[in-house]
Design a protein around this ligand. Structure first.
Ligand code: XIL
Length: 330
């Protein structure tokens, strides 16, 4: 079969995968990724917590190693992410930071310092950044609160983050990334993201694209029904603002699908096809990245918030544990 990146090229899509540094020691997996992909994103190594675990003590090594491997394979690199709005994913020292008597200035300085340090270190190696990750609370559609939003205002803080990134990485594509998907349970989430994007656009914030994480599952079943219409309406509105689209973290949660492997794999493939056919029909969608491309290497195996109730391993990606192609691959 033709590699995904060759199929992608025909559709005008880059094909990528999230890799962790320890995967570099798995020759089978890296060979699979090199064959199928022309883009890499670091699964965790590009996050603030990984880059600066203690204040001032930068650890660029793991990300550098991943990006050097990508470059040696001729791959593009995405940076994920400059600011994760959910406080629980910010470094502990940031959450405990002493903002002193001029908190707004101090918050601005800290944010600026981080983005400058990262953009200056990686330079042109990164062609696209998730500048802000997951700013909208899916339960309410409102904006998440953290030490920066409390001192600067949420939209103001994000505007600042994009402007500083644009200043230091003027050639990079700047992305707002969130776990968008079609299910009706995400209606408030989608509305909140649209509002945020409108607010940023009206300020002239340099935001270029929306990253659709696309951790989908059976609840995102669209067929030709209402969920598909809602999803199109959402993508129409985003692209109507002049924004590009990326699928940034694709996988299919099979928690609610039957245990039988053949049935399950067919179900996963069908869900993916419906979702991706619609999403790729937008010419503004130019990138497709998987969040792990073989089942053993996907975060859902160890993400304990919602495991399968039958104790079976998840099968959320296009390749199985033996790196053999599954129906989803085709
Ligand atoms: C996940 C990683 O895959 C895990 O290894 C880590 O423990 C937590 O983060 N949305 C995102 C990604 O933006 O950064 C998350 O990655 C998955 C959900």
């Amino acid at each position: 079969p033709e590699p995904l990146k060759v199929l992608g090229k025909r559709k005008g899509l880059n094909v990528g995968n999230a890799l962790s540094r320890h995967h570099l020691h798995n020759p089978g997996y890296t060979a699979l990724m090199a064959r199928e992909c022309n883009m890499l994103v670091a699964e965790n190594e590009g996050k603030w917590q990984a880059l600066e675990p203690r204040q001032g003590a930068y650890e660029f090594g793991p990300a550098d190693e991943l990006y050097a491997w990508a470059r040696s394979q001729g791959m593009l690199v995405r940076g994920h992410n400059l600011i994760w709005q959910d406080a629980k994913w910010l470094p502990k020292w940031v959450n405990a930071y002493d903002f002193g008597t001029q908190p707004a200035q101090a918050a601005e300085a800290l944010l600026r310092k981080h983005i400058v340090a990262v953009c200056d270190h990686f330079g042109d190696a990164i062609h696209s950044y998730d500048v802000v990750n997951e700013a909208v609370d899916p339960k309410t559609g409102g904006l998440r609160v953290n030490v920066f939003t409390e001192r600067l205002g949420a939209v103001e803080q994000m505007d600042l983050a994009f402007r500083v990134a644009h200043e230091r990485a003027p050639k990079a594509q700047l992305v707002y990334n969130d776990y968008m998907r079609p299910d009706t349970g995400s209606t408030k989430h989608r509305a909140g993201v649209l509002k945020l994007l409108h607010d940023l656009k009206s300020r002239g914030t340099p935001v270029h694209a929306l990253g659709l994480q696309s951790h989908i599952g059976s609840w995102d079943e669209m067929g030709t029904g209402d969920q598909q219409r809602e999803w199109r309406r959402f993508l129409d509105e985003v692209t109507g603002m002049g924004l590009d689209l990326l699928v940034t973290e694709f996988d299919v949660n099979d928690r609610k699908l039957p245990g039988d492997v053949a049935k399950r794999d067919a179900g996963v493939a069908a869900l993916a096809k419906d979702y991706l056919d619609v999403t790729f029909s937008y010419r503004q969608c130019k990138d497709f990245l998987m969040w792990g491309m073989a089942d053993n290497f996907n975060w859902l195996q160890t993400w304990d918030e919602a495991p399968r109730t039958d104790g079976l391993k998840m099968r959320p990606t296009p390749f199985d544990d033996q790196l053999r192609a599954k129906p989803l691959r085709d």
